[in-house]
Write a protein that binds this ligand. Structure first.
Ligand SMILES: Nc1ncnc2c1ncn2[C@@H]1O[C@H](COP(=O)(O)OP(=O)(O)OP(=O)(O)O)[C@@H](O)[C@H]1O
Ligand SMILES: Nc1ccn([C@@H]2O[C@H](COP(=O)(O)O)[C@@H](O)[C@H]2O)c(=O)n1
Ligand SMILES: [Mg+2]
Length: 215
């Protein structure tokens, strides 16, 4: 699998984290995108077990930030309840920290970039471009059913917020997928199939990219 030579970050605030994380270390990043409930988290867990990637879910990092009592917690909580996209600088900082703390050099970044601002800011700040984008394609009808049955106590898994998340996905996130499509970077998966079948398709992609199976 090819690698991306990362470059230093520009802001002083991020300096310590980014220099340690990026410096001259080569990192491989796969963005995992798809609508709410398309199965990103489920399949990332499988990829981690089989291919040695670290899974970083932007949504999970934001929820952890709320729980930590951070000064941004209330703002993040309100945005998530409304299905809105949190400002990029907040999410990128969390991703950078998690990348550094992982000690790994291969990352599945799940649910990010969610809009053009996320995409441009991440590339500008980290100088990392994704190896490829894994896109889980699924109908809204199926995704809605899955989210209403998820039972993980998420504040945004209610029908009102789910509809808002679908709208944001179509208006803001699909254009990011289209951007990467224009660069020939999108690997599309039929995510409507049962979980094991989806993973067979996912495995074929990672194997063909030469990602080593974890021992
Ligand atoms: N292929 C599948 N078929 C049926 N159910 C699935 C499938 N993949 C995942 N699920 C179930 O659907 C729900 C949503 O899956 P998951 O949390 O992986 O989605 P997600 O894309 O990460 O969603 P979100 O964007 O909301 O975080 C979970 O309850 C999961 O068990
Ligand atoms: N790049 C991102 C990712 C997520 N969010 C917010 O978190 C919510 C839940 O995300 P999931 O991927 O776990 O479904 C999402 O609806 C956004 O409110 C974000 O702001 N930016
Ligand atoms: Mg998820």
């Amino acid at each position: 699998m090819g690698h991306v030579e990362a470059a230093p970050v520009v802001t002083n605030e991020e300096k310590d984290v980014s220099e340690s994380l990026l410096g001259d270390k080569k990192v491989t990043v796969v963005f995992v995108l798809g609508g709410p409930g398309s199965g990103k988290g489920t399949q990332c867990a499988n990829i981690v077990q089989n291919f040695g990637f670290t899974h970083l879910s932007a949504g999970d990092l934001l929820r952890a930030e709320i729980k930590s009592g951070s000064e941004n917690g209330t703002m993040i909580q309100n945005m998530i309840k409304e299905g809105k996209i949190v400002p990029s600088e907040v999410t990128i900082k969390l991703l950078q920290r998690a990348m550094l703390e992982s000690g790994n050099d291969k990352f599945l970044i799940d649910g990010f970039p969610r809009n053009e601002e996320n995409r441009a800011a991440f590339e500008n700040v980290t100088k990392i471009t994704p190896e490829f984008v894994l896109f889980f394609d699924c109908s809204e009808e199926e995704m809605e059913k899955r989210l209403l049955n998820r039972n993980q106590g998420r504040d945004d898994d209610n029908i009102e917020t789910i509809r808002k998340r679908f709208k944001v996905f179509v208006e803001s996130s699909l254009p990011v997928v289209e951007y990467y499509e224009s660069k020939g970077k999108v690997k599309k998966i039929d995510a409507a199939k049962p979980i094991p079948e989806v993973f067979e398709d996912v495995k074929a992609i990672f194997s063909s990219y030469g990602a080593k199976q974890a021992m």
